[in-house]
Design a protein around this ligand. Sequence first.
Ligand code: MF3
Ligand code: CO
Ligand code: CO
Length: 275
Amino acid sequence: MTEYQVIDSEQTVYRDGTIKLHGPEGFEGMRKAGRLAAEILDELTGFIAPGVTTQDIDDKVRGMMLDAGAVPATLGYRGYTHSCCTSINHVICHGIPGDKALKDGDIVNIDVTPLLDGWHGDTSRMYFAGEPSLKARKLVDVTYECLMLGIEAAGKPGARLGDIGAAIEAHASQFRYGVVREFCGHGLGRLFHDAPEVIHAGQAGTGPLLKPGMFFTIEPMINLGKPWAKVLGDGWTAVTRDKSLSAQFEHSLGITENGIEIFTKSPKGLDKPPY
Ligand code: MF3
Ligand code: CO
Ligand code: CO
């Protein structure tokens, strides 16, 4: 049985397994946090190039968040000590920024979550360093399409959670790509990670109804090869077991009375590379 909990604006919320349903204040808060997150990703488009280190990216992200009066939600989150995640090539997600420089042909996901006035804006995009291979660019395009098809499915009247994964999996499998199952989208709002888990594969018509006021992410991770993931010894970095390339895009979303609102849409239309 899925439990929903209607949230009034000032109430403290807990990770108690309930799906939160937010009102107008929640939408206002998420719009601001989401817009800031998207502006940060927009700003990075001019910065990503061969030779730039992932620590340089992290420093720039942290600076932009602090300048805007936000804090990086990842900083100190479960022992994570960076302001974003930078996942290069066969890294699926949670790549830790460091002194590694981007090389010509790399594809990199940058995932940012500013916490602004108590609300989390969680979004990621892919970037190209120099000129990636045709197969890398195809993977990135299809992964973006997977995200947008998942959003479209979630925005239909009467949609259920399982419709999202079904739409994503149907598209990815046309290209024989692997959909990662170990990491999911998630409810968010005043909490960074909350119910429900948004699995990027599955069966249409199953799972909880998507109700107005629900906030969650969709963040498909799509592998050029098999779907299998493993986490490295640092406890964070998730990589493809078969070392194949992996791509990801993420938006923070809110269900409305007549569809879906994307809180983290690029104000400049810089939705996917090449930028
Ligand atoms: N932003 C990631 C997500 O999409 C979570 C990163 S948690 C971290 O859910 F600690 F690894 F940064
Ligand atoms: Co997320
Ligand atoms: Co994220």
